[in-house]
Design a protein around this ligand. Structure first.
Ligand code: ADP
Ligand code: MG
Length: 710
């Protein structure tokens, strides 16, 4: 939000136009009482106001010469109005010119009151502040805040709070000041911890953040490196660690069916190994046994299986499933897209048929009749293994004796869906008559979790890693090619097709628009088909009916399609060994994790695979870094770490979908040291000082416990 918009009006501007506008906005918004607005921000108790910390600060401590203003930055100047007009082109607006000794500044109001016209009379002097923009005739401010010239300047930074429509900064400041005077700011941490870690006392930190003094380091406050910020971030991270530990303990206290291994030649696991047609790698054997051990426990497993794209996670999941089925339980395997679920189903079907295990398929887009059948077979317990999409967690689906839930590519599911899944397991009860039983849970991901993230949001997960690839894999050669050389690439694809190599041609991502995504895919399909006469060019995209999608993928797998034009629906899990060439158009629009996933679709067969990342110049700094990372490394861990550095944890956590703030103050990419410290303190406090744990959580957790459990 720009400076000078209604909600940042200052309490000292009662006579100024800004304040009138703020009042107007308030009644227009009409969003209920002020208490409602506070509630919208999660501000209920005095404690909540105390922890409602500034989003940023404004530096109103000085008046600058107009000449020193820079577009894009806030500024504050004083000067004389040398002209003021109401103009009508391109629309009705109030335009004034302010001059000081160093230069002139345009001021513009797109809506205004007669009193403002009055105020801007020639010859009057004002102090104005706002964001500077490059206008048609020089620099200008739109809707600046106007106050009396020569009035005393504040001595320190002015806090700007997160707010909601129709709630003025002034009201927030007042309420917060009140809370600060009424609410005890005692330290929840023992003095010994505060001293050992060199933390600022809580009360001092809070007072500083709400009301910095001229002595406080303004840059450190703005950049969140001030000791006051460090204290608050530490407290927040500590609360997170404490609640994660509590969640883990609660899980350990729950009961799950102990799924004993069935040894010997008749056991499903042994039989599965004999029908695979390949040997498990040492890494796969290790994780199979880690998971298998967990399944024999009487409390629910909560394990993450991570392994780079193509490392062979599916068969590991199948081994776990067979152990559960041998022990008499049902297993659900859930994937984030229909294409991926379909792939699992195909693969599992081969294995299940050979072993005589009853397998079912369930997705949202199934015909009603087939769906009813599947739901019935699941409820009766006839279906032992069920593969599907989110449809598996819908209310109408009831399992008879669910013992294990496998979630593939879990980061692609929203947080809310993951929560639903956990709850489903818990409500369901793993076994009739044993409603306190909770199924075991295995999540799989090809996006490895960087260390700081693992220590925070995923701290309640055990982790198994497949750290080597099946034999015979060759690294993929990555080429970065400017889109000006498109014709050369097309020629190369044709050449490759004649030599028997299939190609994925991935269409540019159109941010936030599925319709445009679809359109570009359709267009690309048409132009490529024209420029590749004699070749079969197929098309697959997210909006296609499931059956059609499956048919295209089957044809591609069978080698009947030379070039498959695709949107990112192929991003996860698709497995066609003969596809050794991938072209990504507008690679600069894709995220790093996405590119890594896409590239993982090739390099699965015997041939040397190539991934061509086509990009359009000029590249933004971020895009350049991403493409460089793709060129420099194929190591999924390295890529995930760089992704975290470039973008923060939101994407990995699927938090964008949840719309929920994760950590409000701490920044995982930057605060690794604090994370480690908080973790150690959490362990000690839980051991020695449960009353402190309780006090600290009471201050910091406001109904966020649920979220942390996902
Ligand atoms: P991901 O970990 O990306 O889900 P998949 O489970 O789809 O990978 O496995 C990729 C391919 O590797 C599949 O075709 C699978 O059958 C094959 N594969 C898995 N394990 C082995 C192995 N130990 N030896 C040979 N091929 C394997
Ligand atoms: Mg997979």
């Amino acid at each position: 939000m720009g400076i000078g918009s209604p909600t940042t009006g200052s309490p000292t501007t009662a006579a100024a136009p800004g304040a009138k506008r703020a009042a107007g906005a308030k009644s227009r918004a009409g969003g209920g009482s002020i208490a409602d607005k506070f509630r919208r921000l999660g501000l209920l108790r005095a404690q909540d106001f105390v922890l409602h910390l500034p989003l940023r600060y404004e530096d109103e401590t000085r008046v600058q010469p107009i000449r020193s203003l820079r577009p894009g930055l806030p500024g504050q100047v004083e000067g004389e109005v040398i002209r003021c007009d109401v103009t009508y082109r391109p629309r009705r607006q109030l335009v004034a010119i302010l001059r000081d000794d160093s230069g002139e500044l345009g001021l513009r109001w797109l809506t205004f009151y007669p009193s403002q016209l009055q105020q801007m009379q020639e010859g009057r002097r004002w102090r104005v502040r706002g964001e500077v923009r490059g206008g048609m005739f020089g620099i200008e401010m739109i809707h600046p805040r106007v106050t009396t010239a020569g009035a005393p300047l504040p001595a320190s930074l002015t806090p700007v709070y997160p707010t909601t429509e129709g709630l003025a900064q002034a009201s927030l400041r007042r309420a917060i000041a009140e809370a600060l005077s009424s609410c005890p700011l005692d330290d929840t941490l023992p003095q010994s911890v505060v001293e050992r870690l060199g933390l600022m006392p809580f009360a001092q930190a809070i007072q500083t953040l709400h009301g910095p003094t001229p002595d406080d380091d303004a840059d450190a406050l703005l950049e969140h490196t001030h000791p006051a910020w460090l204290r608050v971030k530490f407290d927040e991270l500590l609360a997170q660690q404490l609640s994660l530990a509590a969640a883990r303990e609660a899980r350990r206290a729950k009961r799950a069916p102990a799924l004993a291994r069935r040894e010997g030649a008749a056991g499903l696991c042994t039989r599965l190994l004999s029908v695979l047609g390949f040997e498990l790698t040492a890494a796969q054997q290790r994780v199979v046994s880690e998971i298998g051990d967990d399944l024999t426990r009487t409390y629910p497993m909560h394990r993450l299986l991570q392994g780079d794209v193509g490392s062979g996670k599916t068969v590991v999941a199948a081994m776990a499933a067979m152990q559960a089925i041998d022990a008499g339980m049902q297993v659900a395997v859930m994937a984030p897209t229909e294409i991926l679920a379909e792939q699992h189903f195909q693969k599992m079907r081969g294995w299940c048929d050979a072993l005589g295990v009853e397998l079912r398929w369930l997705t949202g887009s199934m015909p009603a009749r087939a769906r009813r059948d599947a739901v019935q077979a699941i409820a009766s317990g006839q279906a032992r293994l069920v593969v599907g999409t989110q449809a598996l967690i819908q209310d109408s689906v009831r399992f008879r004796d669910l013992g294990l839930v496998v979630v593939d590519e879990q980061h692609r599911f929203g947080v809310a869906q993951r929560l639903d899944l956990t709850r489903k397991g818990e409500e369901e009860g793993a076994s009739p008559g044993n409603s306190d039983f909770v199924p075991h849970q295995l999540t799989m991901s090809a996006t490895p979790i960087p260390r700081t993230l693992a220590m925070t949001f995923f701290a309640d997960l055990e982790v198994s890693s497949i750290d080597s690839m099946p034999p015979g894999r060759k690294p993929v050669t990555t080429k970065l090619v400017s889109s000006e050389r498109r014709a050369e690439i097309v020629a190369h694809v044709i050449h490759a097709a004649r030599a028997g190599t299939q190609t994925y041609w991935v269409c540019p991502l159109v941010e936030e628009s599925e319709t445009l995504d679809l359109q570009t895919a359709v267009d690309t399909h048409v132009t490529l088909a024209q420029s590749m006469p004699g070749l079969v060019v197929g098309l697959v995209h997210g909006r296609m009916p499931t059956a059609e999608k499956a048919a295209v993928m089957r044809a591609f797998r069978a080698g009947d399609i030379h070039v498959l034009v695709a949107t990112t629906v192929i991003e996860v899990g698709v497995d066609v060994p003969n596809a050794a060439l991938m072209v990504v158009e507008h690679a600069e629009r894709f995220g790093l994790a996405q590119l890594h996933q896409l590239r993982g679709r090739v390099g699965r067969g015997q041939a040397q695979s190539v991934c061509v990342l086509m990009f359009l110049v000029p590249l933004s700094m971020l895009a350049r870094e991403r493409l460089r990372a793709m060129y420099e490394t194929q190591d999924g861990f390295e890529i995930a770490q760089r992704d975290l550095d470039l973008r923060g944890p939101g994407e990995l956590l699927g938090a964008r979908q949840s719309g929920m703030a994760l950590l409000k103050f701490a920044d995982l990419a930057q605060d690794g040291t604090l994370v480690r410290a908080a973790r150690e303190v959490a362990i000690d406090l839980r051991k020695d000082a449960p009353e402190i744990v309780e006090r600290h959580l009471a201050r910091w957790m406001r109904g966020r416990e649920d979220f942390l459990r996902s």
